[in-house]
Write a protein that binds this ligand. Structure first.
Ligand SMILES: [Zn+2]
Length: 68
């Protein structure tokens, strides 16, 4: 079972077992924090292998090289 995380500009803030729960939490944050920051709150499926990482952008799975 994939997990779903709530992400903000600060990264992953909460992880839930269902997308519904994560969406509900995201809505709570958006209600508290309307305006510019609310647009940065979103729900993503979590990486199954790495905590605190979204599946679609997991830095460990995709191994982004440091360009420097
Ligand atoms: Zn990963």
């Amino acid at each position: 079972m994939p997990k779903f995380g709530v992400f903000s500009d600060e990264g992953c803030t909460d992880v839930f077992d269902s997308r519904e729960e994560a969406e509900a939490k995201a809505d709570e944050y958006k209600a508290e924090d309307d305006g510019y920051w609310a647009d940065l709150i979103y729900v993503e499926e979590m990486c199954p292998d790495h905590e605190q990482q979204a599946r679609s952008s997991c830095e460990d799975c995709f191994g982004e090289e440091d360009p420097a």
